[in-house]
Design a protein around this ligand. Structure first.
Ligand code: SAM
Length: 221
């Protein structure tokens, strides 16, 4: 059985009792960055062996891991933060398990886009999750598509690209379109600011931007 286990996006308390039990009982934990995950596992006294599983070795690892699962191993997949498979490795092994009839259990838990979307105060009855925009090729096509969506959309962005991204959103969606920048969610310096794109640019243009960021943009009209 493959368990997909969400881990905190900042605050170490944001992990479920079940997630801790599954991580303790697993034969092996597949982790994106074993050094990062060791800190979390030590905090919760989890002594399960770790194996590295990340974007650069996931293709090559699949056959071996499927063999292990078919022999009855209980594997738990975690990423550096949040839910594996959401802008993180996880899709390929899940698809392989589904194709091979190996049960997959994804635990509910931490992910960055849900608190950003819900706390933004922008409509969240319908939404589109975009994740990271391509840096160069295809970026403009995605921005045109997003700017026409009738419902709220959600982007992941790095701090050093925030202003570029807000500027482009302003060009494609208009200066008065409402949006939210959710920064450092669940951490000490959490900041959640909802305003027009124009006002957000003024606000974030005046300071050094640090930390992890989710951008939520309301739909057209
Ligand atoms: N798997 C994760 C999830 O479930 O949200 C996402 C992993 S993705 C590689 C990392 C991105 O998620 C960051 O660049 C940022 O956009 C967003 N993110 C992660 N933690 C965050 C936090 N505490 N506050 C704001 N955004 C965060």
């Amino acid at each position: 059985m493959l368990f997909i286990v969400p881990t905190p996006i900042g605050n170490l308390e944001d992990i479920t009792f079940r997630a801790i039990r599954i991580l303790k009982e697993a034969d092996l934990i597949l982790a994106e960055d074993t050094r990062t995950s060791k800190k979390l596992l030590q905090h919760y006294d989890i002594a399960t062996p770790l194996k590295s599983y990340h974007a650069h070795n996931e293709h090559a690892s699949i056959d071996y891991l499927i063999e292990q699962l078919q022999e009855g191993a209980r594997l738990a997949l975690i990423s550096d933060a949040g839910t594996p498979g959401i802008s993180d490795p996880g899709f390929l092994i899940t698809r392989a398990c589904v194709q091979q009839g190996i049960p997959v259990e994804c635990l509910p838990g931490a992910t960055a886009f849900v608190p950003a979307l819900v706390a933004s105060g922008l409509p969240c009855d319908k939404f589109h999750f975009e994740g990271f925009l391509p840096h160069k090729k295809g970026r403009q096509t995605r921005l045109i598509y997003l700017s026409e969506l009738p419902h709220t959309f959600v982007l992941y962005e790095s701090p050093h690209r925030l202003l570029k991204c807000l500027n482009q959103l302003e060009s494609f969606c208009g200066a008065e379109r409402m949006a939210c920048v959710a920064r450092e969610l669940t951490k000490v310096h959490q900041e959640i600011k909802t305003d027009s794109l124009k006002k957000l640019l003024e606000h974030f243009g005046q300071k050094k931007i640090k930390g992890e960021i989710v951008i939520v943009v309301s739909g057209k009209n």
